[in-house]
Structures are given as C-alpha cells and as structure tokens.
Design a protein around this ligand. Sequence first.
Ligand code: FAD
Length: 347
Amino acid sequence: MRLGGPARYVIEIEKPDDIPKAYNFAHKNNLPVFILGYGANTIGHDEGFEGVIIINRMCGIELLSEGVAALEGDPKMFCEAKILGREKSRQDPLHIKIMGGEYWDNVVAFACERGLTGIEALSKIPGLAGAAPVQNIGAYGQEIADTLVEIEVYDTATNTFKTLQKSDLHFSYRKSLLNTTEKGRYFVISITLALKKGQMPRPFYNSIERYIAENNCTDFTPQGIREIVSKIRADKLPDPLTTPSAGSFFKNIYLNDEEARLAEQKGYPVYRGHDGNKINSGWLIEQAGFKGALLHGIRVNDKAALVLINESAKSYQDLASARSEIVNKVYDKFGYRLEQEPEEITT
Ligand SMILES: Cc1cc2nc3c(=O)[nH]c(=O)nc-3n(C[C@H](O)[C@H](O)[C@H](O)COP(=O)(O)OP(=O)(O)OC[C@H]3O[C@@H](n4cnc5c(N)ncnc54)[C@H](O)[C@@H]3O)c2cc1C
C-alpha cells in the first residue's frame, strides 16, 4: 500500500546459515522480528518498525526425482533438471522444490511452459514463493494447498531446521498454521509442490468460463489458462508495480449451509464451490455504495470493489479510517463483519 514508516534493521538471507545469525542478532538486541517477502500483502504503520525485518533472498527452482517419466520427450526439462533416483509412471506427479525468495509468478511460468497443471490459475499473484503457503494463496478455483507437499523451515522456537508436511500446516481459506496459531514462528526456506502433466478439469471457475465463451478460447493447456487468467487479472486488478494496493483487502465471507440458505432467502448471491459457501465481499462493498469511491485518499477499485488502492492517502491512519467506514456500513446493511486480508507490521 506504500504506507508506513522505516524499519530499524533489514537483514537479507542469502544462505540458510544466515537465518540463525539474523535471529540471534535480533534476540541479543531484544528486538522483534518481522519476516517480509515482496510486501504485496503487508501494511506498515506510520511510526515505522523498531525491530528487524528479515527477507528471504534465496532463489531457485529444482525438479526432484518424483515423476521424472512425466518429463520424457521434454529436452528442456532434462537440460535444466537436477534429476535423481528412479523413473515412475507418466501419471505420477512431478515434485518441484522452490526456494522461498523466488518470485511466485516465475514458478507458475516455469510449470506452465512445461505443460504442468496445478498452479496455472495462480498466475500473476504478486509475491515470493516463501509467502505463498502463509495465507494459502488462491485464485480462480486453485489454491496452493492443492499441490503443496512440504516446506523447509527454520523453527525459531527450537532454533532448528525442519521439514513440515502439508498435513502439519492446517490449510483453509487464506489460512495456515503460519498465519494463525504459529504466526511468526517459522521462517519458510523452500516449498515443494507436486504438479502433473495435463489440464485443469472442467468446468473452470465462473469468470474463466465466461472469458472463454466471450473470446472463443480453445487452448486449455496450463499455458492457455495462464494467458486467460493473466488477461482477466490485467483487466480488473491494479498492477502492484505502478499502483499501490494489497490486492483483495478483505476476505470473502464463508457461510455454513444454514447461513447460506438464509442469505439466499434475502436474495444475496451465494457461490457454492468445492471450498464451501461464500459471498463475495466485493459484492457487499459494491451494494453498500462504495464501488469507485474515494475515502481518505483510498480508492475503492471501480472494477473489483474488494481491492483498495492508495491513491493519495498520507498515512496508515487514512487507511484505517477508510477501512472503518467500509466495515461499519457493510455490517449495518448486511450483518457481515468484513475481515482484513493483509498482514500489518506491528512492534
Ligand atoms: C494486486 C494484488 C493482487 C493479489 N491477488 C491475490 C490473489 O489473487 N490471491 C491471493 O491469495 N493473494 C493475492 N494477493 C495477495 C498477495 O499477493 C499474496 O498474499 C502473496 O502471497 C504475498 O506475498 P509477499 O511475498 O508479498 O508476502 P508479504 O506481503 O511480504 O508477506 C505476507 C505474510 O507472509 C509472511 N512471510 C513472507 N515470507 C515469509 C517466509 N519466507 N517465511 C515465513 N513467513 C513469510 C509475512 O510475515 C507476512 O505475514 C494480491 C496482492 C496484490 C497487491
């Protein structure tokens, strides 16, 4: 959002040994630590951060042994891959290990170029790979929990390097162990995904199907879906390099079956997906009359009302005032309390 003051210290991690050193430095100086990725989902406070920001700068994408046979006939992969172990069947997933400092969209491009399905709908989500499991990034019917196998971490509670399996991470919508019960405890070093040769099953997410119908698209390979998703996103989401925003500022509202039935009785649009019943919070914000509005220098995006853009806000306080107005009006009108998605850096 390009708000907030400076940090006292920033430490960039270039090799695993740097991690305990960075935490020791913070510990010795009695300073709090905040792990930062690309900052696409993080908001700073006006007073700055009297602590240590640690950033994972370790990059690289490595193909692991599993599913090697799926690569047959793909010389590009054989050239680049560090392939170990025995061959398996073409249907087996291919495991890819990605260092946490790698830019997430490079990972999606890497997979799609090789015809690997599983993350193509997550194209163009800004951020680093290490942050992807933190809030279980998701878009257009896929989330990283669908393909994540394990993550390598530094555990600050025991000062040890560890591997956490997917089942340890308790993934749900925009949540994992990493941003709930054990928030700040683990520094993500790398993530491993299992991807397969093939295509996403149909029907695709509503907006993808709509785009296909309107534009007569015929290429549904991972690369084809990546192009469709990139176009949909470019049309409705601000480019984080030029326009300060945190993407979706609020989480969607998830309802149990009874709540969903009541909402439908009131005429609210409830989307019943494989991940549960949800109301798009952007719809609530739009119905509350905020679409396109400018509140304290914060613009409610006129294409996707869930996205708040910092147009001329001077401080975190301006953002907080805009947020309160939106949350309160939506609550008064619909009885749903909007929950903020981005993290805040607090001392
Ligand atoms: C224009 C725009 C569009 C977006 N669209 C989507 C979308 O479609 N779907 C979606 O899910 N999100 C979306 N987002 C949100 C954002 O892209 C994701 O949350 C992304 O994963 C953030 O990555 P980051 O590297 O910027 O993380 P940061 O904002 O730097 O950090 C986010 C959180 O992860 C923690 N963290 C970061 N790195 C590590 C690490 N190595 N180890 C442990 N913890 C770490 C941080 O402490 C913080 O709590 C969007 C954001 C923008 C600006």
